[in-house]
Design a protein around this ligand. Structure first.
Ligand code: UDP
Length: 450
């Protein structure tokens, strides 16, 4: 039966924060009667736990990473990645042509070379942005040469955006990158965008209204977020155990059982996402801050980060806290026990918290997280940004203060109200007739009539 449905290919960048929104978008498309194949690249599929009962198909192409030799620099990584993906994507599309030809490629906006491949192979191309519109606007200005990197001004006034200080701008100092490869890569999302047949972004109209309007006056961006709450039949019955592509081993039962035994609104959920490497000293401050807050906490520490935890921390904190390597975050955020989310402010985490009505404590580490943290505190007004000292560390006292303010203080009440408001607006966007749901429906109806 799938052979009669229009076939859509979806190519996410091989990182958890890119795969998750692409997968949710794919499931939504599949529920509207399309055949959807997610193409993972080998770097992701070697650790991916792929759901067996999914409505979408998952295939792998090589991105060159299995050749054994790790690229020497980030620049080499992207050269190898782009060359291998372009070649193998073309081959994949040609192979599919024999059995179930694809009509459209939805590709991660940070792989713009995929659009060229799609067009060469006779497919339409839809760029899929996984960052906030405000962050995209900054990258657009960098692309146009209107913002120089390294940043030159101490304060920036961009159209339709709150003033930004350097500390609020995407930060790239985390990695040795003398040629600014990552900055160029992010700016290059705009390099061939005028040729894209559709442009989608994981946000929603009311969240970033002004800056979205400004972006839309230049590019036909269509909002489809929060993809995490996109509604499709059967979604409510799915647990993360069997509907996500996790690149890390999931501690499902441990996390959920522990939360089930906690009182409503009593737990601080702590996670820094899938990429950030938190400094050892920062881990120590965080550990001590969590203990002295005297609150219950569920802390995700990826196994590669575990060695940075203070000695004996896990047993020392066992009365109050649980440390896991990876949890079902979207289920955790909607659990009645969770009172607030101490986060690195990745865009998915931010949207997932907003959609769940959970206030945030932002501790940004790198790239767009700095800008998201600014929005969280000053624009969405749904959280606090923890203050750093002169060495860039958030000290234990600050962590304790932030937790107490959010969970117990007057400020906390206001943040909860605001979180509740965003939860409603996020739901409205994805409900029938809402802005994101309508954008998906228009896309689907075009595809069904191609
Ligand atoms: N996530 C998860 N379990 C965890 C931590 C994170 O499933 O224990 C998911 C989270 O729900 C989000 C993604 O991983 O969808 C992280 O994306 P985000 O943009 O927040 O941060 P990144 O990992 O890209 O820095």
């Amino acid at each position: 039966m799938a052979n009669n449905k229009p076939h859509i290919l979806v190519l996410p960048f091989p990182a958890q924060g890119h795969i998750n929104p692409a997968l949710e978008f794919s499931k939504c498309l599949a529920s509207h009667g399309l055949k959807v194949t997610i193409i993972l690249t080998s770097r992701a599929s070697k650790s991916a736990q792929i759901p067996s009962n999914s409505s979408i198909y998952v295939e792998t192409i090589s991105d060159g990473s299995e050749e054994g030799k790790e690229p020497e620099s980030i620049e080499d990584f992207f050269k190898q990645f782009n060359a291998a993906v372009s070649q193998n994507l073309a081959k994949f599309i040609q192979e599919q042509r024999a059995t179930c030809p694809a009509k459209v490629l939805v590709y991660d906006s940070i792989i713009p070379c995929a659009l060229d491949v799609a067009h060469q192979e006779g497919l339409l191309g839809a760029s899929f942005f996984t960052q906030a519109s405000g962050v995209c606007a900054i990258y657009y200005h960098i692309h146009q040469g209107l913002i120089k990197y390294p940043y030159e001004d101490s304060e920036l006034f961009l159209p339709s955006m709150t003033p930004l200080e350097v500390n609020d701008l995407p930060c790239f100092s985390f990695i040795p990158d003398t040629n600014n490869t990552v900055v160029r890569l992010l700016a290059d999302q705009f390099s061939n965008l005028e040729a894209a047949d559709w442009i989608f972004i994981n946000t929603f109209d009311k969240l970033e209204n002004e800056v979205l309007n400004w972006m839309v006056s230049r590019w036909p961006f269509k909002t489809v977020g929060p993809t995490f709450s996109l509604i499709y039949p059967g979604k409510k019955l799915m647990t993360e155990k069997n509907h996500k592509i996790n690149l890390f081993e999931l501690n499902y039962e441990a996390s959920m059982k522990w939360l089930d035994s906690r009182e409503t609104g009593s737990v601080v959920y702590v996670s820094f996402g899938s990429v950030a490497n938190v400094k050892e000293q920062q881990m120590e401050e965080l550990a001590q801050g969590l203990i002295s807050s005297n609150c219950y906490f569920l802390w995700v520490v990826r196994s590669s980060e575990e060695h940075k935890l203070p000695q004996n921390f896990t047993s020392m904190a066992s009365e109050k806290g649980l440390v896991v390597n990876w949890c079902p975050q979207t289920e955790v955020l909607t659990h009645r026990a969770v009172a607030c989310f101490m986060t690195h402010s990745g865009w998915n985490s931010t949207l997932e918290a907003l959609s769940s009505g959970v206030p945030l404590i932002a501790m940004p580490q790198l790239v767009d997280q700095m800008t998201n943290a600014k929005f969280i505190e000053d624009v969405f007004r749904v959280g606090l940004r923890a203050k750093t000292d002169e060495n860039g560390l958030v000290r234990r006292e600050e962590i304790e203060t932030c937790i107490k303010q959010v969970i117990q203080g007057e400020k906390g009440k206001k943040l909860m109200e605001s979180a509740g408001k965003w939860k409603e607006l996020a739901k409205e966007a994805v409900d029938k007739g809402g802005s994101s749901a309508t954008n998906v429906e228009i896309f689907v109806s075009k595809l069904l009539n191609l």
